[in-house]
Write a protein that binds this ligand. Structure first.
Ligand code: NAD
Length: 237
């Protein structure tokens, strides 16, 4: 029997993959994220200025997340993992890849269902309920959402780069490719790797323009991802 060849596949996902699950992207809504300006809720300055507003914003996002499900795009990526070596690097803070069953997931921008200490970034807790002023870590300081806010360091970046440099295939799904450093990751992929970009309104950034092997699939995630996964599985068999 012929041995199946496992390809090293890195998938970069953005808010668009979760759009058809019912979680809005923010650039599609004219730069507002569920009615909020990003600088009012997703920056360290906003946390300094109005922590209760920031907490309420993430409480709303957390409640919303608990009421939605993974869609066929998340599920197709889980299926791809059965035949190939797949790592998902997501900008999303939702847990829909986990719930679809994918195993190797790097959250570049943090996770909505976790919170952490404001004095010790390594004190991280699972958190499914609302978070309020006065909720403390084990060391007695205020807890904050486990989210990488705009302007903060991206601690998982090195780990993400280590994966991308080994990729034979890169698949970018539902990202406006505007938020750096995440949007620049594709630039680390080997020259010969195939790069696919699935998005109904693709925006080609500098790093993508430099890739001769780029294939743009102008479709929604739920339509485009299962199609591409079927194609990859049939080619590699
Ligand atoms: P973005 O909001 O900047 O861009 C969304 C992209 O998704 C756009 O290019 C749009 O054309 C595309 N899109 C819209 N509907 C789609 C669909 N049905 N299928 C496929 N693509 C679709 O998102 P981004 O580039 O991920 O950057 C957003 C930042 O906001 C990230 O830092 C992320 O942490 C945060 N965010 C996260 C979530 C989430 O966790 N689900 C949701 C909103 C924003």
């Amino acid at each position: 029997m012929k041995q199946k060849r496992m390809a090293k596949i890195v998938v970069l996902t953005g808010a668009g993959i979760s759009a058809e699950s019912g979680i809005k992207t923010f650039r599609d809504a004219g730069g507002l994220w569920e009615g909020y300006k990003v600088e009012d809720v997703a920056t360290p300055e906003a946390w300094e200025r109005q922590p209760a507003v920031v907490l309420e914003f993430y409480n709303e996002r957390r409640r919303q997340l608990l009421n939605v499900d993974p869609n066929p795009a998340h599920q197709a990526l889980k299926q791809l993992e059965e035949d190939h070596d797949v790592t998902i690097i997501t900008q999303n803070v939702d847990d829909l890849h986990e719930r679809a069953g994918s195993h190797h997931i790097i959250h570049l921008h943090g996770e909505l269902l976790k919170v952490r200490s404001t004095t010790d970034e390594h004190l991280v807790y699972e958190w499914k309920k609302d978070l309020f002023i006065g909720d403390m870590c084990a060391k007695g300081s205020q807890l904050r959402p486990h989210i990488v806010w705009f302007g903060e360091m991206v601690p998982m970046l090195e780990k993400a780069i280590d994966e991308v440099v080994k990729a034979e295939i890169v698949i970018i799904i539902g990202s406006s490719m505007q938020v750096y450093p995440a949007a620049g990751l594709v630039g680390y992929a080997p020259r010969q790797s195939a790069v696919f970009y699935i998005d109904p309104r693709p925006q080609i950034n500098y790093e993508m323009r430099m890739r001769p092997g780029l294939e743009i699939i102008e479709k929604s995630a739920v339509e485009g991802v299962p199609e591409l996964v079927r194609r990859i599985i049939s080619i590699q068999k």
